[in-house]
Ligand binder design. Sequence first.
Ligand SMILES: C[S@@+](CC[C@H](N)C(=O)[O-])C[C@H]1O[C@@H](n2cnc3c(N)ncnc32)[C@H](O)[C@@H]1O
Length: 190
Amino acid sequence: MFTRATSLVHHMLRAHVREGDHVLDATCGNGYDTELLASLVGAKGRVVGMDIQEEAIAATRTRLVEAGLVDRCSLHCMSHAFVGDVLEEGTGLACAVFNLGYLPGSDKSVITRPQSSRRAHEAVIDRLSPGGVVFTTMYTGHEGGQDEAEGLLAWSRQLPPTHFSVARHEWINQNGHPPSILVITRRAKR
Ligand SMILES: C[S@@+](CC[C@H](N)C(=O)[O-])C[C@H]1O[C@@H](n2cnc3c(N)ncnc32)[C@H](O)[C@@H]1O
């Protein structure tokens, strides 16, 4: 469970997401994260899913239909840079998930990019409920991945500690380019 980024993020999602929550999957891909989120929020919760590729949205929709979870989800084929346009006004997010990089088994030139990732993160942290969390899995093995990760780290490092807690989980004894997980939590009001 703790040896793979996806498993660890799923473990943290199971610990954090509650029935009735509103949550975001900012990079649906093949829909694994969206499906887990939809199962965790229950019938009264809502999942907003976004991906820039129609193929990814279709795969996610199929997965949700097969799991009987599609009714609690709204899927958008658009860049998460425009996430502010699809989130309901006044509804706080309990959680957002970004799994950056490219869609496995697909066109590796369609990747998340530093500028749009940063813009999406800026919009998302504004919409987090107190105690809400953004989980971002960052990959550095593909072209542009290092810049994207460094940009997000530099940006998140300067978030005010009075309002946000920022942590990073990384695998430090692996060869190659293991992913790391950025965890941004909006502090509950005291
Ligand atoms: C690593 S995959 C996500 C895997 C997914 N979370 C899953 O459970 O299968 C990254 C996804 O980000 C998508 N993507 C790339 N740029 C994007 C953008 N600007 N906005 C939203 N999605 C984007 C890609 O199309 C790809 O499907």
